[in-house]
Structure formats: C-alpha cells, structure tokens
Design a protein around this ligand. Sequence first.
Ligand code: ARG
Ligand code: ZN
Length: 467
Amino acid sequence: MELKRLAVPAVTALLVLTTGCTGATVQGRPGASGLRDPFFPRAGNGGYQVEHYALDLAYDPADGRLRGTAVITARAEQGLSSFNLDFSGLKVEGVDVQGARARYNRTGSELTVRPARDLKKGEVFRTTVDYAGRPKPVVDPDGSEEGWITTGDAAVGVGEPVGSMGWFPGNHHPSDKATYDVTVTVPDGYEAVSNGELRSRRAVGEGRTEFAWHSPEPMAGYLATVAVGKFKVSTGRTPSGVAVYNAVAPGEAAGSAAALARLPEIVEWGSARFGPYPFGSAGSIVMPAQTLGYALETQTKPVYSGAPDEELVLHEVAHQWFGNSVSPASWKDMWLNEGFATYAEWLWSEDRGGVSAQRRFEAFLAGDTGVDRGAGEDWGAFPPAAPPDAAHISDAPVYYRGAMVLHRIRQEVGDGAFFALLRGWAADHRHGNASTADFTAYAQRLTGHDLKKVWDVWLYGAGRPKG
Ligand code: ARG
Ligand code: ZN
C-alpha cells in the first residue's frame, strides 16, 4: 500500500518530464531523401526505419484502378521535421502522421511528409497515406518493367529493384525490412494473392471479396507482391509441414503442373542444404505468359511469367534463403542473390545425379554450351561484385560468374567447409542484410582459408578468369 502511494507521484513526474521533451524543445531536421545506394542513390530514405506496413488495397480489373491506404509504422532514428517516402505515379489524397493531418509535397518519386509536430529520435510513429489511380509499370535502367503490370484482366505488382514505389509508398531500399499485412478487395470471382499466409477471405458485399494476407517475417519492399486474377488455387504442405499456396493463371495450369508438383521436394532439399526454410509458407504465382520478361523471387510466393520449369522454381525457391532472408545491403551486392540462386541450380542437378557442379564450372570456362546453355553467355564481361552500372545488375556475370565464385571457394576449402559456409551464412544473417565485404570476411573466418586470390580474380578482377 505504502509502496503504491509512493509509486504514483514518481510515474507522474516521469510523464511530465517526457512530455516536456516532446514539446517545444524537440528540434527535428529533414530525413535524407535517399540512402546513397551506389546504383540507386535516391532509393530508400534516411531518418527512420519501417517496422510494419499495413496496406489496404482495392483493385478493379475492369478499369485498372487501384485505391490504397498504407499505414506505415516506423521508428525515428533522428529528430525529424520531415521525412520522405518513395512513391511514384498514383495520386495522393491525404497523409496523416500520428492521427494528425500532415502537409506533403511530391517531386519525382519522392513524397515528402511534414508532420504537424516534429518527431523525436526513437519515437515510433504511424503514417497513413491514402492514394488512388491507375498504377503503371516502372521501367528500370536495364529496360525491364516492374511496378504494376496488367495482362488481360490479371494484374501483378512486383518491385525489383525499384518498382514497389509504383504501387505503394514506402522506404524502398532492401536495407529497410519490415513485416507486412496486405489486404486486397477485388470483385467476386477474382483471387487476390500476396506474400505470407492467408488470414481470411470473406465476402464484403457489393459483389466484392476481401483477402487478408500476413507476412510475419521481415521483408524487403522489392519482394512484396500482389496478384489479382481468376487464378486456380491449390494448397498443400511439404513433408516437413511448410504450407504451400499456388495460384495459377488458368491457361498456364497444365504447363505448370509438373514443376509445381516438385515444389515441396525443392523446399525440403533447400532446408537440408541451406538450413531451415526461413518463412512460414511457400508457393507460387503463375501469371499468363509474357506478363513479365522474367520471374521474381517475391517472398514466399515467387511470381512466374507463364509456366515455369523445375529449374526456375528451384532458382526462385533458393532465393528465399539467399536474397529474401539474407538480403543485399545494396544493389551492388546483387551477386549475393543471383550467384547463390544459380549455384543452387548447379547443386540441385549434382545432388540428383545430373551434371556435377565441377563439370558445369569447366563447361563455363570452356564455353561449352552442350552442358549448360549459359556457358555461351558473356559471363566474364565484368566482375560480379562490381557491375559497371545500374543497367547491369541482372546481367550474366552476376548470375554465372557469381556461381563460379562459389565453386572456386568450394575448390579451395573442400565440400565439408563449403556446405558449412552456405548454411552458416544463411543462419548468421537470417532475416537481415549483408554486403559482399561481410561475405568475404565471413567466408575466411568460417573456413579458416585465405581466399584473397578468389576475391581478387573472380569477384573483383577485370577480365575473364582462366580458372
Ligand atoms: N531476380 C530475378 C531472378 O533472378 C530476376 C529479375 C530481373 N529483373 C530485371 N530488372 N532484369 O529470379
Ligand atoms: Zn534470381
């Protein structure tokens, strides 16, 4: 009793003190408009980190209009008088911060938000952006399209590297990962699919159905997706119990069946090779052929443009460890995604009694396309850890020479240490970010080998290595 009476004034005093600080004394400054990524300097924003995105979307395939409310929960890393979100195209109808109307303005793909009062360092704050319009593709420096893509009455939002800003506002750089809730309302008869697990599917009246998807593990914005279409949905589980959700455009169902049937086995194989599958579910979104010029490893449910083959499913599932759980620190580190996913293909083949990784490595060195068609590509054009510019981060050297870097390490350290390295790397950086320098340091430390020559020649060296 005595204790309680004493405690109350103490708490009150503390409260007064805290409010005193948030009032007149906080002097925020603007958050940076970009994170100075070597290839996409304006991507992402400084001064805060997002913890959670709650996206509430309504899409009508008949007119291509998207209406969205994004509730972004973030933590201020400095006192903030204003901060930026990456957002392009769609019309902003209003922004509020902590329930108070905020001023905003837009220049290019930067949406600058000025809250009614400055935010203090460490404060967790909630920003709500209402927006609407007809979202469009975002053309990236290599000429590929991301953002919002439609084909017939189907649509998909994809984001690598900078397309996510075309369909939702956010801190769109891979270094800021957050959890997501994505709720999508579509006309009855359509399916709406997103990352993670389906929490509910319900009729909401006026001929509409609402799908609520939840991603409890951190996700980089470029891996977020929403697909709307008259998909055929099938669900199941892998032998170890990972939930599987496949949504397939009806015209691609027959062509996809064989590869998608392998998905459970691929997830199990990856878990054995790389360590526990990093997410609560797996799956696929198969869009009509030619929707995109590529497939994308969107978290838990890769997006395919037309029916994938087994190797492509393997590649995108391998990204769940390498790229999605362990995400690149910058877009210059893309080989940590693509080199690893490509090497996973080599391992899958080897483990199943097909061409060995060593044989494939030799075929690449010799340009022998009879073993692997990729061997005919210009994989030596530049070092994988140093692409010349943003237009080349998805080129052959990032994939194939990236895989060859891993094979060179394996040759140096032997199978035991090499597979321990793959598993250790995935475990150590699980749900985080890592750079090339992190990898080289980690590889040397874990294997106890001096790998400087491999880095100098294969990872960073100019010219096509001879072996
Ligand atoms: N990360 C995708 C994959 O390897 C490919 C994305 C290609 N995007 C691009 N803009 N070229 O599965
Ligand atoms: Zn890939």
